[in-house]
Design a protein around this ligand. Structure first.
Ligand code: HEC
Length: 139
């Protein structure tokens, strides 16, 4: 099942990339919106499969609620790296270390295979679910 889902995701991504390439720069704004919708959808899929066991957007579970998470990290590169390998960042960053202690040292598993694009989609999904206007990205 998982495999099929990933295959499907890949297809969607491939289509989006295709669409991006065939349209000219003059329709960039329209493109962006189309892409945003797809990204939120794909972010949601990844989130539900990989993150939702421990995280919700608005509620603390095993891990913290992820609402507004990008504002808690000054350095987005560090945040991306953290999502790929939390332990590595905990070893060198004070905020990550304090978070780890605060959450009773429950380790977040690494997700090394997530690309920057995947993570961006997840963060866009989190943002879409945090805002009052929930449909900003999805409708
Ligand atoms: C097994 C449980 C678990 C899973 C699965 C998990 N996390 Fe976490 N996550 C945690 C815990 C626990 C913390 C709190 C820090 C710690 O203990 O290391 C955390 C912290 C975080 C933080 C930092 C939050 C903040 O307030 O700065 C982010 C971002 C995050 N997780 C994103 C993700 C994403 C994205 C996924 C899916 C790809 C994911 N997590 C999957 C348990 C998990």
């Amino acid at each position: 099942m998982r495999f099929i889902c990933f295959g499907f995701l890949f297809l969607i991504t491939a289509c989006v990339e295709d669409a991006k390439q065939t349209r000219g720069t003059s329709t960039q704004n329209i493109n962006l919106q189309v892409t945003d919708n797809d990204r939120v959808e794909s972010g949601k899929n990844i989130f539900l499969q990989k993150c939702a066991a421990c995280h919700s957007i608005n509620m603390n579970l095993t891990g913290p609620a992820l609402k507004g998470v990008t504002k808690r990290w000054d350095d987005s590169v560090l945040l991306y790296n953290y999502i790929r390998n939390a332990q590595e960042v905990i070893a060198k960053n004070a905020y990550a270390k304090s978070l780890f202690n605060k959450w009773n040292k429950v380790p977040m598993p690494p997700f090394e295979y997530l690309t920057d694009d995947d993570i961006k989609s997840i963060l866009m999904y989190i943002k879409s679910g945090s805002s009052k206007k929930q449909n900003d990205f999805t409708k």
